[in-house]
Write a protein that binds this ligand. Structure first.
Ligand SMILES: *[C@@H]1O[C@H](CO)[C@@H](O)[C@H](O)[C@H]1NC(C)=O
Ligand SMILES: *[C@@H]1O[C@H](CO)[C@@H](O)[C@H](O)[C@H]1NC(C)=O
Ligand SMILES: *[C@@H]1O[C@H](CO)[C@@H](O)[C@H](O)[C@H]1NC(C)=O
Ligand SMILES: *[C@@H]1O[C@H](CO)[C@@H](O)[C@H](O)[C@H]1NC(C)=O
Ligand SMILES: *[C@@H]1O[C@H](CO)[C@@H](O)[C@H](O)[C@H]1NC(C)=O
Ligand SMILES: *[C@@H]1O[C@H](CO)[C@@H](O)[C@H](O)[C@H]1NC(C)=O
Length: 326
């Protein structure tokens, strides 16, 4: 009887003596998220009797408003779908679920409510379904990473409405259909574009030639036709990987940006010859193998510093480091 009385006393007094910074609404939502994931060990620091702003891992509160602005859960055992409750953290700027063992299901639709988001990473999970259109409404996004999942369907053209994007990662999924024409109309910033390892098909929209991409990775898709418009004297492009596609164009007259340091076009159907001005570039990496190129490898610059596998399996390329031309 005495102990019962004591515990009642403690339980009534405790909330009064425990003052915390954590916003009660945010705390409720986070505890809901923990419960929805089945109270995993990974979220063991999330306890109702401690302060989410000072004592919890994986979250961060704003220093003035004490509202939750960051939720980053990565590298661990977590299973289930991303709970709808994440949409009820209205001040979130950063949301990350990354490299978790068994997170499945679609991209949670409630994320559409998080209009303050600047950083969204849902990667190395087992997400399925499509890349949702609503992402284009998260106008403040500077970083969007949905890579290493099993997302399918086509890329929504509305993503080009995201004008503050520094990087767009949709690589390593099962995306099909073409690259949207609208991707040539990113206004403001031109994001680093990662679309590799999907099943994208059709021609690369010529509109992409209007943009000055710093970094573009389209490798391991089924893209066909011309890609010469991605290059051009006046661009500041540094990194282009178009390897393992079905691209087919004449390389002879392509003018490369002088800023180019990484060029991989291996395993395509590219023909013509290697332009002499490749010797002018400060290339760190080059691979033109497995194409239909012909003629002499220009002599000079970095071109002879690469080994034969940079050039092999072409129609009739010759000269160092391949066999000399007849
Ligand atoms: C995840 O669970 C497996 C098996 O239950 C265990 O071997 C592994 O250590 C766990 N990993 C982490 C990061 O907790
Ligand atoms: C984007 O950020 C700006 C400045 O940080 C803020 O004023 C604005 O409300 C945000 N936009 C949206 C759609 O939340
Ligand atoms: C999740 O994806 C990884 C990597 O693709 C795979 O090894 C794992 O078996 C998948 N897990 C589930 C539950 O599908
Ligand atoms: C490159 O820029 C110069 C000067 O801005 C311009 O005159 C020229 O037409 C441009 N060349 C190409 C190929 O766009
Ligand atoms: C590629 O373009 C060059 C220069 O215009 C031309 O001389 C050559 O015949 C073309 N190669 C092929 C295979 O069409
Ligand atoms: C170039 O690509 C081919 C085909 O993937 C590969 O076998 C070769 O090792 C690569 N060479 C270099 C230098 O990257």
């Amino acid at each position: 009887m005495k102990t019962l009385f004591l515990s009642i006393l403690i339980f009534t007094l405790l909330p009064l003596s425990f003052s915390e910074l954590c916003n009660p609404s945010d705390k409720k939502v986070l505890l809901q998220i923990k419960q929805d994931f089945g109270n995993p060990y990974l979220l063991a620091s999330w306890k109702s009797d401690t302060d989410c702003c000072t004592d919890w891992y994986q979250v961060e509160c704003d220093s003035t408003t004490n509202r939750i602005i960051s939720l980053t859960i990565f590298s661990g055992n977590l299973s289930g779908q991303i709970p709808a409750a994440v949409g009820d953290l209205p001040y979130l700027k950063t949301l990350e679920f990354h490299k978790l063992t068994d997170v499945t299901g679609p991209i949670q639709p409630a994320i559409a409510k998080l209009t303050q988001l600047t950083f969204l990473r849902l990667s190395w999970l087992n997400l399925t379904g499509s890349v949702p259109d609503f992402l284009s409404k998260l106008k403040n996004l500077t970083f969007l990473d949905l890579s290493f999942n099993s997302l399918s369907g086509s890329i929504p053209s509305s993503l080009s409405l995201l004008q503050n994007l520094d990087a767009l990662h949709l690589d390593r999924n099962k995306l099909t259909g073409p690259i949207p024409e609208s991707f040539g109309t990113f206004k403001g910033k031109v994001p680093w574009l990662y679309l590799a390892h999907n099943q994208l098909s059709g021609k690369i929209p010529a509109s992409l030639g209007n943009l000055d991409f710093e970094h573009i990775e389209l490798f391991r898709n089924k893209l066909e036709g011309d890609a010469s418009f991605l290059f051009g004297k006046n661009k500041t492009t540094q990194y282009i990987d178009l390897s393992r596609n079905l691209l087919e164009f004449n390389l002879s007259n392509v003018v490369f940006p002088t800023s180019l340091t990484y060029l991989d076009i291996n395993h395509n159907k590219i023909f013509g010859s290697l332009p002499a001005e490749l010797t002018q570039l400060n290339l760190q990496f080059l691979n033109v193998s497995y194409n239909r190129l012909c003629g002499q490898i220009p002599v000079g610059g970095k071109l002879q510093s690469f080994d034969y596998s940079t050039y092999f399996h072409n129609k009739c390329l010759c000269g160092a480091p391949l066999e000399s031309c007849k």
